[in-house]
Design a protein around this ligand. Structure first.
Ligand code: HMG
Ligand code: MG
Length: 300
């Protein structure tokens, strides 16, 4: 059975816009966050405090947060921070929540963070410790939980080990990233069981599926049936990681809301307002939304 209600963790402004070739003006990004909130999304990841040379699309993180009100920087508006330099910037901008982002594989850790898995955990340790001491909520992402474009399938034990290490650092929540969208439902079950076996229960876990192989919604529903209640999604199906070969968009928030509305699962999201937001954003990006639900409901 499905849970009565699901928390959608909206990643459009961050995962969505980090991969766009056109640079979106800060005011448009801030308006995107405001419109998403207006459509009923409670949790919205707004931007990243990473090295701007690595992700120029989000180099305006300070500016975007400066355009948002206090709630727009609060505990429901996490930002990505890879290191203490990023945390310093995020704290100066007044954020209430941060996310570190590790990798289950060595190759992707190197490509995305210029570190080994071990070195990246060492980089995150003081970030999580200081963030918690400042009273911030902390999420830990793990990328390549299902497969890696360079290493192929990733063993469950290897993923569980990185998850355990991140939780031991003091993260409040994990997000299991299928960065390149290769996961399938049986694999979701095996990973959640593997985590449960080391004491990481579904109430501490969110799922983050990319829709490269069209499996994102099925995988999400499989996770919900196992008791997960936090789901990452990006409005309009934007997204992808510039450092992961073949990564495409996230699960579209509209596709998720359509399915959950139909199943009577509460999300608090107004689908029409959300679709209008994605259509507006598609106008700024100059390309139609890849979401099937957005296309169906806008006649695009
Ligand atoms: P590095 O080059 O090893 O960094 O990069 P460093 O520590 O050696 O520092 C080099 C220079 O960068 C220094 O400046 C630092 O000050 C500066 P210099 O002294 O040379 O002038 N620097 C910074 N500047 C601003 N903000 C910072 C910062 N850090 C260093 N935070 C680093 C290491 C981690 C910084 C780099 O690799 C990086 O920024 N990576 C981010 C990559 C990224 O954002 N990827 C996308 C997000 S992950 C994702 O999308 C997956 C996810 O969606 C889940 C899934 O789908 O799987 C989350
Ligand atoms: Mg992602």
């Amino acid at each position: 059975t499905l849970p009565d209600s699901v928390t959608i963790y909206e990643v459009g402004p961050r995962d969505g816009l980090q991969n766009e070739s056109s640079v979106v003006p800060a005011e448009v990004k801030a308006e995107f966050v405001r419109r998403l909130a207006g459509a009923g999304l409670g949790t919205i990841e707004t931007t990243s405090f990473v090295d701007p040379r690595w992700v120029p699309q989000l180099a305006d993180a300070e500016e975007v947060l400066g355009l948002l009100d206090e709630q727009g920087r609060g505990a429901q508006r996490p930002v990505l921070v890879p290191n203490e330099r990023g945390l310093d910037r995020a704290l100066a901008a007044g954020v209430g929540a941060v996310a570190v982002f590790g990798s289950a594989t060595e190759t992707f850790a190197r490509k995305n963070l210029n570190r080994s898995v071990e070195e990246s955990l060492a980089m995150f340790a003081p970030v999580v410790e200081r963030a918690r001491a400042e009273g911030l909520w902390v999420r830990g992402y793990v990328s390549m939980c299902f497969g890696d474009p360079w290493e192929g399938p990733v063993p469950v034990e290897q993923v569980v080990e990185v998850c355990r290490r991140l939780m031991d650092l003091g993260c409040d929540q994990l997000s299991l990233g299928d960065t390149i969208g290769v996961g399938t439902v049986g694999h979701v079950h095996r990973l959640l069981a593997g985590l449960d076996a080391v004491g990481i229960t579904v109430d501490r876990v969110g799922v983050h599926f990319h829709d490269t192989y069209g499996q994102a919604l099925s995988n999400t529903l499989a996770a919900l049936r196992e008791g997960v209640t936090v789901v990452d999604a990006a409005a309009g199906g934007l997204g992808g990681c510039p450092y992961a070969k073949s990564a495409t968009g996230n699960l579209a928030t509209e596709d998720l809301v359509w399915a959950l509305d139909g199943a009577g699962v509460h999300t608090g999201v107004d689908l029409d307002a959300l679709v209008a937001t994605s259509a507006w954003m598609a106008g700024h990006l100059g390309r139609p939304s890849p979401s099937r639900v957005v296309r169906a409901l806008t006649g695009a």
